[in-house]
Design a protein around this ligand. Structure first.
Ligand code: ADP
Ligand code: MG
Length: 283
């Protein structure tokens, strides 16, 4: 982590695994460096994040965790190149991010992110063709490849309205991965799903990561989801969002749910989030 030192209690201090040690030899893929983000309306300026810094390494599953309104979506939009920082800089492979690009693809929470008039396969092919990444034949092949990876090869020719919410999110994930972005950005992608489907999608995402080893920047306000999905979890304080601490969640998976260590870490994170809210309320 860069920039301001993080107030991290000893129990949450990352322990270096061999994997992390290796990663530290290489430059970070994505650097968010002292980034403040604001919304300006004629009446006022809303500061969404304040001097946020973090590094994401190749094949990280980096999670931004924080309460609603702390600026997680805004940060993701800035990494996507849709909003420019008022302070600080975002770099991908050392190059400053100034605009959207096919190297950063976002998967959103909403089920309606797929144009309904296109079939599932056409939806996955569309960004490949629109960005001139591939020709029609190759785009077709790649779309089928990633639809197969998310278990939807059989649904290639149906339209999105014939799919469940979970299936639509799988299509959105296949569409994003088909672009083979440098970083996959996910903004609460499973938040609108029922609990069982959500759990299944988390499991599938991890299986997909095992296979493809993409780099993930994932936003959630669920502590449990953060610990399951991430290998690193950055805790953000409430509005305006600042970095609070980083938790190494590398050892947790769906199998850890309910275990003492998992519960303990979840409780400590909960306390830290609550502590901050309490401090703000008193101030
Ligand atoms: N388009 C906008 N115009 C003005 N303020 C906004 C806009 N979008 C978000 N905000 C404000 O910025 C802050 C961060 O929002 P957001 O990034 O959506 O938080 P999160 O995703 O963590 O819930 C909030 O206070 C929110 O009200
Ligand atoms: Mg949000």
């Amino acid at each position: 982590m860069r920039g301001e030192p993080l107030a991290s209690p000893p129990a949450l201090t990352p322990t270096l695994s061999r994997e992390r040690e290796r990663e530290q030899d290489t430059a970070p893929l994505l650097q968010v460096d002292g980034v403040s983000l604001e919304y300006r309306t004629p009446e006022r300026v809303v500061r969404a994040t304040h001097r946020v810094s973090f590094d994401v390494h190749a094949a990280d599953r980096f999670v931004l965790l924080g309460p609603s309104g702390c600026g997680k979506s805004t940060l993701l939009k800035a990494v996507g190149g849709f909003i420019a920082p008022v302070e600080g800089e975002i770099r991908l492979d050392g190059q400053r991010v100034t605009q959207p690009g096919p190297d950063r693809i976002v998967v959103f929470q909403e089920f309606d992110q797929l144009p309904p008039w296109k079939t599932v396969k056409q939806n996955v092919m569309f960004p490949l063709l629109a960005s001139r990444t591939l020709g029609k034949k190759e785009a077709n092949e790649r779309a089928l490849h990633y639809l197969d990876k998310v278990g939807l090869a059989k649904f290639a020719d149906v339209h999105p309205h014939q799919l469940s919410g979970g299936m639509k999110q799988r299509v959105a994930i296949a569409r994003a991965l088909a672009m083979q972005p440098r970083v996959l950005l996910m903004d609460e992608p499973f938040a609108a799903l029922d609990a069982l489907t959500r759990r299944k999608m988390q499991q599938e995402l991890l299986e997909l990561w095992d296979e493809v080893r993409f780099t993930l920047l994932f936003v959630t306000h669920s502590i449990e989801e953060a610990l399951v999905v991430g290998n690193r979890v950055a805790l953000m304080s409430p509005h305006p969002g600042r970095m609070r601490a980083e938790v190494n969640s590398h050892g947790f998976s769906l199998a850890s749910l309910g275990g003492a260590e998992f519960q303990g870490t979840a409780q400590r994170i909960h306390d830290m989030l609550f502590e901050e809210e309490h401090a703000e309320a008193v101030a």
